[in-house]
Design a protein around this ligand. Structure first.
Ligand SMILES: Cc1ncc(COP(=O)(O)O)c(C=O)c1O
Length: 477
């Protein structure tokens, strides 16, 4: 290592010419100066990427990595999407900055487009507001719910659900790990089983298990002594149910079609709001603008983020029914943040909305998803460690298990698959590739596949060949 980088001579690092620093020196600086708090250091090999294009990331040595997670589904339209990058450049040269108490055309256009689309789909007039990250938009939605429900602070959410890591968002996220160190700043949600059929009770069809989960939830309202419902006043102690139509971090778990229709009946009967978190599954990941559109129910609040700007200037936000969000009830300043409806983010999002209306993303994503899923089924037939595969559009899952029963979750094997992919040494047709995979699931044993929606058929074939190799290597090691 370059002597000038040597810890504890830390002050000298200020003089480093970063363009000339080797990868190993950069990693040494990372270990000295970067907090790990804002990352997810899942892999044992830390990887630096230098460039990106389409479905690929490139490392500092120019090695090519096919990316099947696309920044946790924030880059649905491919890296350096030309049309969206041009929109960012145009905004950069015209109005890149303006305080949020003033207006700009892009904010109004984006809010109008999303609200009119929601009105057509959900049959309700509503409004849209913005913030920067998904977690912040979730926080904003919590304020909206608590305000409308006169301070009621208790929420339902799903086991396996993920809504972010700010304080309010982690209170409604199922994993205790995200709360353990910090005490309670907000009421923890009551976590209810999600119809995760692969790991559900044996002998029930997907639909039966969906119905069974709703019945378990409905029991809570049977009498006042079940804990959440006062039949005399007709009031529930809980204000809203936070759902992901398809669980993201929970492992791309897809519920049966009847599930949300039946759940919504219970919510409506007890005056509980439905908040749909589309942060990961929105923007055509599942073949529809919003994944909840597959399930025949209308939300009261819908939260979005990530791919709305294809991972460029961050933007997130929410749509809500007029009764909840009109300025009389939710006045200016309720959730203000400096960068909330920033012009760079809204400009890119306006272009993204135009793009998805001009092209038939629905057919394209469903066709590519079906083709990819067929390939995953073939891998399942050939590899005992693949316990389950499933998908909706281009949100696909592969559950990795112990080879003796193809059921016991194996995080260790998945970790090996991820590490093998990151080596960048897989020979396919005389060319070397790496593979970027993301891991999720209740047991962190699920490869959650979120390729670019623009992925070509040849790239899907390449993805399947690369997965075949990492599955084989991870079994052998
Ligand atoms: C469903 C869901 N909700 C909320 C969030 C949090 O969003 P962010 O990471 O932008 O804060 C995520 C992030 O992965 C998510 O997948």
């Amino acid at each position: 290592m370059d002597k000038s980088l040597d810890w504890p001579a830390a002050s000298r690092a200020r003089e480093v010419q970063f363009e000339n620093v080797s990868e190993s020196d950069l990693l040494a600086l990372e270990s000295a100066y970067c907090s790990h708090g804002d990352t997810v250091h899942y892999t044992s090999q830390l990887k630096i990427f230098d460039r990106c294009e389409g479905s690929f990331l490139y490392d500092t040595e120019g090695r090519e990595f096919l990316d099947l997670q696309m920044w946790y589904s924030a880059v649905n339209f491919g890296y350096r999407n030309q049309r969206l990058n041009e929109a960012a450049k145009r905004q950069l040269d015209r109005l890149p900055q303006v305080a949020s108490q003033y207006l700009h055309r892009e904010k109004i256009e984006l809010a109008t487009t999303i609200a009119r689309d929601a009105e057509a789909k959900f049959g309700k007039k509503g409004r849209v507001q913005f913030n920067v990250g998904g977690s912040q938009a979730i926080e904003d939605s919590l304020k909206l719910v608590r305000n409308f429900k006169k301070g009621k602070s208790l929420m339902f959410a799903f086991e396996g659900g993920y809504h972010g890591r700010t304080l309010g968002a982690s209170a409604i996220t199922s994993s205790y790990r995200y709360r353990r160190r910090y005490g309670h700043f907000s009421d923890r949600a009551l976590f209810v089983p999600f119809p995760y059929h692969f790991r559900g009770p044996k002998g029930m069809s997907k639909e039966e298990y969906g119905r069974n989960c709703v019945q378990q939830f409905a029991r809570l309202f049977e009498s006042e002594y079940n804990g959440v419902w006062d039949p005399k006043s007709g009031e529930a102690e809980y204000a809203a149910f936070y759902v992901e139509a398809i669980q993201g971090t929970g492992g791309y778990v897809i519920p049966p079609k009847n599930f949300f229709i039946e759940l919504k009946k219970v919510l409506d009967a007890h005056g509980i709001l439905l908040v749909v978190d589309e942060i990961q599954m929105g923007f055509y990941r599942t073949g529809k603008l919003w994944s909840i559109e597959h399930f025949g129910v209308s939300p009261d609040i819908l939260v979005f983020g990530k791919a709305i700007t294809n991972g460029l200037n961050p933007l997130a936000g929410m749509w809500a029914r007029e009764e909840l969000i009109n300025p009389e009830i939710f006045p200016p300043g309720s959730t203000h943040s400096t960068f909330s409806a920033n012009p760079m983010g809204t400009a890119v999002a306006v272009e993204a909305m135009k793009m998805v209306r001009e092209t038939d993303y629905e057919s394209m994503v469903m066709e590519k998803g079906a083709y990819f899923l067929e390939g995953l089924k073939d891998l399942q037939r050939r590899h005992k460690i693949v316990g389950d595969v499933d998908g909706l559009g281009l949100a696909l899952r592969m559950e990795v298990c112990e080879p003796d029963d193809s059921f016991t979750p194996s995080k260790a094997i998945v970790d090996r698959m991820v590490n093998e992919g990151l080596k960048g040494d897989i020979d396919i047709g005389g060319r070397r590739y790496g593979l970027v995979l993301d891991v999720g699931g209740y047991y962190k044993n699920v490869v959650t596949l979120a390729p670019s929606l623009h992925i070509s058929k040849e790239e899907i074939d390449l993805a399947l060949k690369l997965m075949d190799v990492v599955l084989e290597r991870a079994t052998r090691i």
